[in-house]
Design a protein around this ligand. Structure first.
Ligand SMILES: Cc1cc2nc3c(=O)[nH]c(=O)nc-3n(C[C@H](O)[C@H](O)[C@H](O)COP(=O)(O)OP(=O)(O)OC[C@H]3O[C@@H](n4cnc5c(N)ncnc54)[C@H](O)[C@@H]3O)c2cc1C
Length: 442
């Protein structure tokens, strides 16, 4: 089939969905393509939870379509909305039910008049000069050729841009430096009262402070138990358990604890990590049931259908966001979003995290130029795919900011079509005005 649209968005994570909605709202005819069978990307296929963070220590910094998604989830009992981070790492966290996320994103896209196709892997790209002219999707049974004036790359690793010939780096300069993958588990039968009582009696064993409110359980700790995981034949190393309650599902948590180093862009290493995870989960459940207070009667409900991939490739944009841009809170005239999640690197070679906080008010800006792949004329990056170095990426990869860069990408794409401009030539004042009009925060 041959399809023609104004704007085509490749990748239906929260960035791609936000981009598609924003572009459609400005009047573009939009097609959203997703290789899997749900929207939400790693938030639904890999069970990543909660979204963090919509707030800096001083104010809400992510609004717009990201906030609309949360409002919709709250209205269907799919989220409690933003709550104080019990761990105190960030200002707020936003836990949600991934099944309600899937349905809510589809409803929002339908309401906005966005066309979409699942089971549509964008496998090849044709170029005319510096522009993508046609992309070809492959699925079981058919190929579609799709033409558009502007393409948004919200594939996470930027694989649309790479197929189009964009420059890119891998991890911190080598495949082995990518942050590790995590197979998240959904676990039921957890006794929250027992956990609260244990935490209150052993506060040194947890990341906790005097303001911690345990009415919602977000737990990082049980540090003193973690050297016992070797006794259970578990193949990964981790210094803590990290888990979060699932809204409106009493006794259920998402456990984000496994870790598998590897370069997820090769089938071999991705398969190795996924396979180790699928075997480790039962050994890990055994460890939890035998060792961890509150997990005696727990049971595994599911793991993500994909192992969660944190990092692979980084596209080189017109501007590459650098670590010091975040730490120094560098102002940009072409700012299109504000983030507040700190630098947070899961080290591939050890059980620990490397974190660097952003000085008060804990806010940094994302320039529009970091959404434009160098050398391409009609492609815009969104979400995890935006251009950043390895360390800055560890902060800007998070999901609320992905909705904000997605919204900015969608707005810019639609304006480029409307005003017949190349994406890097769209007037920045116009982009910023539309962002604020759509509820975005600058
Ligand atoms: C284990 C783990 C824990 C994390 N923890 C947190 C957390 O606690 N809080 C938080 O906010 N963030 C967290 N993150 C980061 C965050 O969830 C993601 O970086 C963010 O959600 C990325 O959103 P996205 O839309 O940019 O990309 P993704 O969610 O990766 O979506 C990209 C989509 O593109 C599709 N796609 C890719 N290539 C193609 C193609 N060629 N054709 C068609 N479709 C394609 C994919 O199937 C996918 O659906 C975590 C990530 C991981 C992996």
């Amino acid at each position: 089939m041959d399809l023609v649209y104004d704007v085509v968005v490749v990748g239906g994570g929260v960035a791609g969905v936000s981009a598609a909605i924003a572009a459609s709202r400005i009047g573009a005819r939009v097609l959203l393509l997703e290789k899997d069978m749900s929207f939400g990307g790693v938030l639904t296929t890999a069970l990543v939870n909660p979204m963090m963070t919509f707030h800096s220590p001083a104010r809400q910094v992510i609004g717009g379509i990201g906030q609309e998604i949360i409002d919709r989830l709250v209205s269907v009992q799919g989220s409690y909305g933003h709550i104080d981070d019990p761990i105190g790492f960030v200002k707020s966290i936003t836990p949600f039910d991934p099944e309600k996320m899937k349905s809510s994103l589809i409803e929002l896209l339908v309401e906005e008049g966005v066309d979409f196709l699942f089971n549509s892997l964008v496998a090849s790209v044709s170029r005319e000069g510096d522009s993508i002219s046609t992309i070809t999707t492959e699925s079981t049974g058919e190929k579609n050729r799709v033409n558009a004036e502007v393409f948004i790359d919200s594939t996470g690793g930027g694989n649309l841009s790479i197929r189009a010939g964009a420059y890119y780096n891998i991890g911190d300069g080598s495949p082995s430096s990518c942050q590790p993958m995590t197979l998240v588990m959904r676990i039921g039968g957890v006794n929250r009262e027992e956990i609260i009582s244990y935490v209150n009696g052993n506060r040194d064993d947890f990341v906790i402070n005097e303001h911690t409110d345990l009415s919602y359980l977000g737990i990082a700790g049980f540090f003193s138990f973690m050297n016992r995981i070797d006794d259970y034949g578990i193949s990964f190393k981790r210094d803590r358990l990290l888990f979060f309650e699932i809204p409106y599902h009493p006794g259920q948590v998402f456990m984000n604890t496994t870790r598998y180093p590897g370069y997820a862009n090769t089938s071999k290493e991705l398969t190795k990590a996924q396979s180790k995870g699928n075997i480790d989960v039962w050994r890990f459940m055994n460890f939890l049931k035998k060792e961890i207070p509150g997990f005696e009667n727990s049971f595994l409900i599911q793991t993500g259908c994909h192992i969660g991939v944190r990092e692979t490739t980084h596209i080189v944009g017109d501007y590459v966001l650098k670590t010091n841009d975040l730490i120094d809170r560098k102002p940009f005239d072409d700012s299109i979003a504000v983030g507040s999640y700190p630098i947070d690197i899961h080290l591939p070679s050890s059980a620990e995290l490397k974190t660097i906080s952003i000085p008060y008010p804990g806010e940094y800006h994302i320039p529009m130029r970091s959404l434009i792949p160098k050398g391409l004329a009609n492609v815009i990056l969104a979400g995890r795919a935006i251009s950043a170095d390895h360390t800055a990426f560890s902060a800007v990869r998070t999901s609320p900011l992905a909705t904000a860069t997605g919204m900015a990408a969608g707005i810019t794409a639609a304006l480029a079509v409307k005003h017949r401009r190349l994406v890097r030539d769209v007037n920045i004042d116009l982009i910023q005005r539309e962002i604020v009009e759509m509820g975005g925060i600058l």
